[in-house]
Design a protein around this ligand. Structure first.
Ligand SMILES: [Mn+2]
Length: 271
């Protein structure tokens, strides 16, 4: 099954693909099932966004299916993700990845950074993800933004919705750009001209509206609060996007799946 309204064409401007990887999930795995569940729930949506007044029919995007990944081999999986994202960039398209857990961002970002060395990452997340290692591992969902910062520097990481981290991680947030309000974000965006990469860890949403995630954290955004931030990015040069950490086993009602598909529809409409 493909995401609704996607087309079969190798020359599309946007290429959606699923990354069913959850090998480093420490608390509750299951996000490997997210890409197919999100596709299924996309058919519950209308193509038309009444907020953006645009139709998904008019967006030039294809759904490339899911990557085949060797479960249990993190390094190899990351390399496969990087190679695929590079293939998309080489075709002058915009990669849009459906995770999977948050570590997949590093795989995509490596090649994004190579092509756009002045890129900034906009991170929507409940967690700082700035640990240097987690249970001895350098590559983990809990270290992903730190690994990205090894490439682009902490000052190019823009964090929104973060409400959980170790004392050490909160210290490191002094060097990232920690956004506290929509006005903050607006002012920040006015002053930048560089390309942006967006990573949406869905646990940025409050668990009461988004229970289907591996590491739920109380005190999060409503759907509308999150989207108000995302819509602000409309005029920026968005060079890639991922949406991660939806875990269908914790979503028996489907509310998280329908929320995730709607966020992707809106995101596709602003690319
Ligand atoms: Mn995260």
């Amino acid at each position: 099954m493909k995401f609704m309204d996607s087309v079969e064409n190798v020359n599309t401007k946007i290429k959606l693909f699923g990354v069913p990887f959850d090998s480093t999930s420490s608390f509750r795995a299951g996000s490997r099932f997210a890409p197919d569940e999100i596709r299924k729930f996309s058919y519950n949506l209308e193509s038309y966004s009444p907020v953006l007044k645009r139709n998904l029919y008019d967006v030039d995007f294809s759904d490339m299916g899911n990557l085949d990944l060797p479960f249990g081999n993190t390094n190899k999986s990351i390399n496969i993700i990087t190679d695929f994202a590079k293939y998309i960039l080489d075709n002058k398209s915009i990669p849009v990845a459906i995770g999977g857990e948050h570590l997949i961002t590093f795989g995509i970002f490596k090649t994004i950074y190579e092509k756009y060395p002045d890129v900034k990452i906009i991170q929507f997340d409940a967690h700082a993800d700035l640990r240097d290692n987690y249970i001895g591992e350098k590559l983990s969902h809990a270290t992903v933004m730190r690994r990205c910062s090894d490439l682009c520097g902490l000052n190019n990481i823009i964090q929104i919705g973060v409400r959980s981290g170790t004392e050490e991680e909160w210290g490191i947030t002094n060097d990232t750009v920690l956004i506290k309000s929509k006005d903050d974000f607006k002012n920040y965006l006015i002053n930048i001209s560089s390309p942006v990469y967006i990573t949406i860890d869905l646990d940025v949403l409050d668990p009461s509206i988004f229970p289907g995630t591996g590491t739920p954290e109380a005190g999060g955004f409503s759907y509308n609060e999150l989207m108000d931030y995302i819509y602000l990015l409309e005029d920026n040069n968005i060079v890639g996007l991922d949406i991660v950490e939806f875990s269908p086993p914790y979503d028996p009602s489907g509310i998280s799946a329908s929320t995730a598909s709607k966020i992707i529809r809106e995101a596709l409409l602003i690319l």
